[in-house]
Design a protein around this ligand. Structure first.
Ligand SMILES: Cc1ncc(COP(=O)(O)O)c(C=O)c1O
Length: 432
């Protein structure tokens, strides 16, 4: 066996604090500044005061393991319970509803699929190959969960008006279908799916319906309360069985915090995993993860206490104003078009005539950061409450960029759209 050279490279002694600090700074030198106003990728910034209280709560609990909440950290149990209560109220859940905290949107979705699978094993024993029916834009986490849990996915090929294809979904349902998914909204396009129609299909066919409100869960209730028209997205739709809501997005918690809500406490039996055939006692969790840092949920709880309903609503109002400004400005620029009618706090735009890769490349060169989408090629802007400050600058740069692309003056293109990229090749922070 050839021993990997790297195995010998672990330094015999540690480095001084100054050295480690300086290496840390050096390693981060080319990172995007997450709360920079020109970051429109996924910068859930709600103000320095919000970051301060989130940091305080996170730091206070960062050594505490939420896995042991029941036996050692009653504060974490309290934070989890209170955060879940607030989310159940925002999503107008029935009295018997329940919920749990997870480490992120992917884990919430994974646990929703696992819970639906085990529910179907009990309630739909004739199913041979449990299958999920999802819209074209449903998050990749549904396929990942299905892959890991042994389910099949029927993903729609099209999205009429950039929303889930309800007719296609209806046609895809067969005796093996156990679950149907709607997004509120999906990351691509930001247009909420026709959830009442999907819920109706769920009720008609006895399916588990999951609403993926990972990105929209902490904004849609406030948009609704501000009086803007939205399709119903919560538990008042009788077909909705579960909902995922990320606190580490528009809840302004630090990463590692999401929630899965279930219509009834009885369903959490299908979520829970229990085991005690080992020598350290009963293992019982509703998570995929075992150990979980206490910091993220503490930060979610602290921000909720600090902002309250009015604080979240005020931030949402600012985002809607910025969104309206951006949409109006983009529509004024010849050759660009806004994709669909974005309902939440993200929007995308593309061009029927220009290369979006070229537009994106030039906008990146002008120090704007954003996500992209394919089909149609587009630039995806995810807003926070401070992006109102950059609407004018963004539109000026965009107009100039479009002019340059039309005139063939743009060399660098942004290349194909990627969501995460590959994390396979990692450069060492120290250059080793
Ligand atoms: C609609 C939607 N669902 C799920 C996810 C996955 O969330 P996470 O990255 O926290 O796993 C995202 C992430 O952006 C999302 O936008």
């Amino acid at each position: 066996m050839t021993v990997r050279a790297g195995a010998a490279s672990f330094f015999a002694h540690g480095h001084s604090l100054e050295e480690v600090r300086s290496e840390l700074t050096k390693a981060r030198a080319t990172d995007t500044t997450w709360k920079h106003r020109r970051n429109l990728r996924a910068s859930y910034f709600a103000g320095d005061d919000v970051v301060a209280i989130a940091t305080e709560a996170f730091t206070a609990c960062l050594g505490q393991n939420a896995l042991y909440g029941a036996v050692a950290y009653p504060s974490l149990r309290q934070f989890e319970a209170e955060v879940i209560e607030i989310l159940l109220a925002l999503f107008r859940a029935p009295a018997k509803a329940t919920g749990s905290i997870t480490t992120g949107g992917t884990e919430s979705i994974f646990m929703a699929v696992k819970t639906a699978r085990d529910w179907a094993r009990s309630e739909r024993p004739a199913v041979t190959t449990p299958t999920l029916v999802v819209g074209r834009t449903a998050h990749a986490a549904f396929d990942k969960a299905a892959h890991l849990l042994g389910l099949e996915v029927r993903r729609m090929a099209t999205s009429p008006n950039f929303r889930a294809d309800v007719d296609g979904m209806a046609a895809a349902i067969d005796r093996n279908t156990i679950m149907i998914v709607g997004s509120a909204p999906p990351y691509a396009y930001g247009v909420v799916d026709p959830l009442p129609e999907i819920a109706e299909l769920a009720t008609r066919h006895g399916l588990w319906m999951h609403v993926d409100a990972c990105v929209g869960g902490m904004v849609l209730p406030f948009i609704r309360d501000l009086g803007h028209p939205l399709p119903t997205f919560d538990f008042t739709l009788p077909g909705v069985t579960s909902v995922s809501i990320d606190l580490h997005k528009y809840g302004y918690a630090f990463h590692g915090c999401s929630a899965l809500l279930l219509r009834s406490e009885a369903m959490s039996a299908y979520q829970r995993y229990e085991f005690d055939a080992w020598p350290v006692g009963r293992y019982s969790t509703t998570n995929f993860a075992g150990s979980r840092n206490g910091g993220p949920v503490a930060s979610a709880w602290a921000v909720m206490r600090y902002l309250g309903h009015a604080g979240y609503q005020a931030l949402v109002a600012k985002m809607l104003e910025a969104k309206a400004g951006l949409i109006a400005g983009i529509r004024r620029i010849d050759a660009l078009e806004v994709i669909g009618h974005p309902d939440g706090t993200l929007l995308s735009f593309g061009s029927p005539s220009l290369s979006i890769e070229a537009v994106a490349g030039e906008m990146n060169r002008r120090a704007w950061t954003f996500a992209r989408q394919t089909d149609p090629p587009g630039i995806l802007l995810l807003l926070n409450g401070f992006h109102g400050e950059i609407v004018a600058d963004f539109l000026d740069d965009l107009e100039a960029t479009v002019g340059a692309v039309k005139a063939g003056r743009v060399q660098a293109t942004a290349g194909p759209a990627v969501y995460t990229g590959s994390n396979r090749k990692r450069r060492s922070a120290t250059g080793a």
